[in-house]
Design a protein around this ligand. Sequence first.
Ligand code: GLA
Length: 392
Amino acid sequence: MENAEERAWRAFQEAFEGRPVLRGRAPGRVNLIGEHTDYNEGFVLPIAINRSVWVVARPRPDRRARLVAADFGESAEFSLDDLRPGSLSGWPAYPAGVAWALEEAGYRLPGLEAAVAGDVPIGSGLSSSAALEVAFAIVWIALGGYTVPPLELARRCQRAENGFVGVRCGIMDQMAALFGRRGHALRIDCRTLEVEPVPFPAEAAVLVADSGVRRALAASAYNERRAQCEEAVRRLRARYPGLQALRDLTPDQLEAARPLLPDLLYRRARHVVTENERVQGAVAALARGDLEALGALLNASHESLRTDYEVSAPELDVLVEAARAVLGVCGARLTGAGFGGSVLALVRREAVAAAQEAMARAYTMRFRRAPTFFVVEPEEGATVTREAEPSR
Ligand code: GLA
């Protein structure tokens, strides 16, 4: 079987004559804990995973971009001179948005020919879109002859998604794709953008179960959550005038100001404020190698996302419950934005098969179809290389 890198390479050769000169790889991510905290300037703990998006490319003398997506059998073409937010939809909006965001910051880019392929499942909550953005960003910036710090690239990719694609995402996914470290989770402070790699214990496996549920309105529901957090901050300023973001509140401070918020906004804020504390707890638990404590925090995160933030789905709840009943499963929660997508279970390695079986059984009984499973490993962040032959 061809791997994703080989598919990208072959698609390039079929679509364009000659060879690519650059190859970029950017991984997907799974978020261990710290959900819907990034755009509240809080804390997250993602892992870059051993599934990636690959882009192989060469520059053109003009300003046209010609792209082929091996996994969809589709191509796209646009000019760098007429990129406008909303002017493209579907997968080409991501590379186009990245080019737009880079040029907005003053990087003048060449046209290119590029092929893309990946093995990050799409729409499953593992950040295939951030991987796509980052893979194009590193390739395009290298073709332009620039060296740009990864932090700046993360910001540009987030800008592409916010300003061009129209999802007001935070910066976690792009940061994870760029800063991933093999064998480590990443504690990211989404205000200062400091990244601290935290060793991930070898005896633990991260089992991801993709429910297959894709909610059409996920992007608008996501933007709505973000707006609710902003509204909560505005109202809380009546008591805390200097309040910048929910990140600045402790759970006690939120309780003290509860009368200022309608119930819905209070619950949204409570999720964020308690989730930030859980991330800190999770980092401490990892440092002690305490998988049980970490698992309990994952469970609490799911409950908070389900009841306070209301981004779970029956399919995700069934998977989480089934996983938790298995000996050797330390905890389970939905991962990513929610509204469908995947759950992750933190599992002692020897219990992976049992966990998978229990989840598959419960899910199939209730929904008459099977979830898809991946055991993901903490992998290095994005890389761009010159020799473009597939490395295998
Ligand atoms: C999506 C967004 C991230 C983050 C998560 C929820 O993955 O892209 O920025 O907000 O949802 O934690």
